[in-house]
Design a protein around this ligand. Structure first.
Ligand code: NDP
Ligand code: 2IT
Length: 443
């Protein structure tokens, strides 16, 4: 058996109860196989074994008290995956589905994603099975303060810099930051996604969604096409989905659908972003409310958003939300491009359908890298103790996404797999991390 497949078998044996983690590792190792197996220096240095084992896993108890006085205990996680090219960097996810497997898959993908940004950031991820939905502001504060009271000892501006992800937005980052500062008595760049009044970067809030569409735009341009007049279906209605929809509109495309975990809304005239912001960002309500503002829009309970006819699909909700059947339906309806705003939203079978049908498919670790890229720019601005104007931050984001596209497209071409951006992203992300690991000895 080849080196790569040997490592994959070993990782499967060592982590039998971690399906999401094994899914992410399998996808990556299978596409790295020809590249790695023809370069014996990687096997000699045990690069893949080390790449697949986090440097450190931290699990902790998070006790907090609800508004009725009842005590709750949640699980807290921080997986410090790889620091070969910079301090651990990656978001915190608060969602009841959070498990070690999910945090490890996200951390593993983050290592390669952060490498693709071209910026000096390693990979990590964390979170909790706490569900912020339906909690009062006081309960969210109690939880966040307790979470940080343990996490603070493991992070630092040169060690590990968390940020947001599902269920963690500016409200949570603000409270986490306040508690960190109170404990260590230091105003540092230990978190990103901060509010603009205390060290945040312009465009960080919009960066993942905008960056996704900048990359899509560049890919279409290089294929003689554009976003203009294209019908776009976007899943989710959180941070990534909202700003992806906004940028699609700005570039002349028409986003016609959004969703949440309850159902999806279809607006054939084009989603009105200001209404969505009001419903989701201001009122923290369900996407079903949209039809109260736009009478002609249709809300459907349950899954099914991928059956809406579109030219371009942007999955921006969560892992494994787009299945083989969904992929077949999209292809049948004429969809020709899929860029992932979420992490690992397409199942392996769905990806297979996209590649077989020559869909322009870009995996999340490349196409959603804009968020973490602007996080790294936030760290730079904090280090310089200054704040860039909007135009500069946005221009940098655009350049980074264009560079990522060129890097993954050129890498795919170099290995004879033109337009296979899965292979392109995995090899391009891997190269830099592996090179740094080779030079730093066996650590
Ligand atoms: P938000 O919490 O702002 O929004 C998440 C959205 O996805 C909500 O509409 C939510 O619906 C939906 N969703 C979450 N879990 C599920 C589920 N199990 N089933 C169906 N729908 C679900 O998170 P973000 O927008 O920040 O994150 C979305 C995706 O983008 C995630 O995969 C995240 O890892 C990824 N990402 C985020 C980045 C960022 O900067 N924020 C950067 C790069 C990637 P509901 O409200 O019903 O739960
Ligand atoms: O998945 C991701 O890249 C994020 N949630 C953003 C991480 C960050 O550090 O900004």
């Amino acid at each position: 058996m080849s080196y790569t497949m040997n490592v994959l078998e070993k990782v499967k044996k060592q982590n039998p109860n971690e399906p999401e983690f094994l899914q992410a590792v399998t996808e990556t190792l299978v596409s790295l196989k020809p590249y790695v197996d023809s370069r014996p220096e990687y096997e000699k240095a045990g690069i893949l074994e080390r790449l697949c084992e986090p440097e450190r896993v931290i699990l902790f108890r998070v006790p907090w008290v609800d508004d009725s006085g009842k005590v709750h205990v949640n699980k807290g996680y921080r997986v410090q995956f790889n620091s070969a090219i910079g301090p651990y960097k990656g978001g915190l996810r608060f969602h009841p589905s959070v498990s070690l497997s999910i945090i490890k898959f996200l951390g593993f993908e983050q290592v390669l994603k952060n490498s693709l940004t071209g910026l000096p950031i390693g990979g990590g991820k964390g979170g909790s099975d706490f569900d912020p939905k339906g909690k009062s502001d006081r309960e969210v504060m109690a939880f966040c303060q307790s979470f940080m009271t343990e996490l603070y000892r493991h992070i630092g501006e040169d060690t590990d810099v968390p940020a947001g992800d599902i269920g963690v937005g500016e409200r949570e980052i603000g409270i986490l930051y306040g508690q960190y500062k109170r404990i260590v008595n230091s105003f540092s760049s230990v978190l990103t996604g901060k509010g603009l009044s205390y060290g945040g970067s312009l465009v960080r809030c919009e960066a993942t969604g905008y960056g996704l569409v900048y990359l899509l735009d560049e890919m279409l341009r290089q294929h003689g096409n554009s976003i203009e007049d294209k019908t776009v279906v976007i899943s989710g209605s959180g941070n990534v989905a909202i700003y992806a929809a906004e940028k699609v509109r700005q570039l002349g495309g028409k986003p016609v659908a959004l969703s949440d975990s309850n159902g999806f809304v279809y607006d054939p005239e084009g989603i009105d972003i200001s209404i969505v912001k009001e419903i989701k960002e201001k009122n923290r309500c369900r996407i079903s409310e949209y039809t109260k503002y736009r009478k002609h829009a249709v809300y459907t309970e349950g899954r099914g958003i991928w059956s809406i006819k579109c030219d371009i699909a942007l999955p921006c909700a969560t892992q494994n939300e787009l299945t083989e059947e969904d992929a077949k339906e999209l292809v049948k309806n004429g969809c020709f491009a899929v860029c992932e705003g979420a992490n690992m939203p397409s199942t392996p079978e769905a990806i297979h359908v996209f590649l077989q049908n020559k869909i322009l498919y870009v995996p999340g670790k490349a196409s959603n890298a804009g968020g973490v890229a602007v996080s790294a720019l936030e760290m730079s601005q904090n280090a310089m103790r200054l704040a860039w104007p909007l135009e500069k931050a946005d221009q940098k984001l655009k350049e980074i996404m264009t560079n990522i596209y060129n890097n993954i497209a050129n890498t795919a071409k170099e290995v004879g797999q033109e337009d296979n951006f899965v292979v392109g992203a995995n090899i391009a992300g891997f190269k830099k991390v592996a090179d740094a690991m080779l030079r730093q000895g066996i650590v």
